[in-house]
Design a protein around this ligand. Sequence first.
Ligand code: MN
Length: 291
Amino acid sequence: MTDVHLLGVPMDLGAGRRGVDMGPSALRLARLAPALERLGHRVFDHGNVDVAVAEATDADEPGARYLASIADACRRTRDRVRALPDGVPLILGGDHSISIGSVAGALDRGRTGLLWIDAHADLNTPATSPSGNVHGMPVATLLGHGPEALRAVVGTTVIRPEDVVYVGLRDVDPEERRWIREAGIRAYTMSDVDRRGIAEVADEALATLAHLPRLHLSFDADVLDPDLAPGVGTPVPGGLRYREAHLLMETAAGSVTSVDLVEANPILDERNRTARILVEMAASLFGKSIL
Ligand SMILES: [Mn+2]
């Protein structure tokens, strides 16, 4: 049994559609803490990180909207994660830009594998992003690219390309595709899941990172099929099915040292379905099994 440390980051500045700043509330109201306590874990809720309000903030840089405010919130997230007691940090988004802070905080404790479970590769930079939305840039930033204000949050200890594994990709921009190929980043797309089955994909993804002392799992709700999880800003058809997603979490159970649950947007959702399914994912990741 482990100590799980919840920390909310109510950020929607990095997303194109508003409302994902309510994600931490949606996850709490979906009874995240009780679900983990039922498994025997101790859960400590550390509240939320301060994040600027869009209406009270300048959108500043067109290539990376709200860059300064996002960098501030990610720096605060990083520092809060660093200061958490021993246990597993479970960070509640918020749009996916928050992972710049959570992973930077996790990296402080040693070399960390990054399991990025997402429909998107999040490998854009201001030079390649069609939208200027920073939630498409966290992996680029964690690899040491992207805007200086965000790279400063990560510092010199960046993630190595060989320490990143994607699962669930199905909407990848041409420049991102080139980067994945050239850097040799391990990526399991939805067609790999179709062809090989999730059990084999999950086993291989975890095995690829198993030699590393630490593992951060970042779960973007849009990896799930939008039929299951409609409350996301960038839905893409053809995502993980319910049992596939559970099996992936069950396979990772016991290996993760830090976790993000991101991009659940109650404004776009139906009666909090998307946060509820993320809570179920978290339960499987923290050891819930059928028998
Ligand atoms: Mn994402």
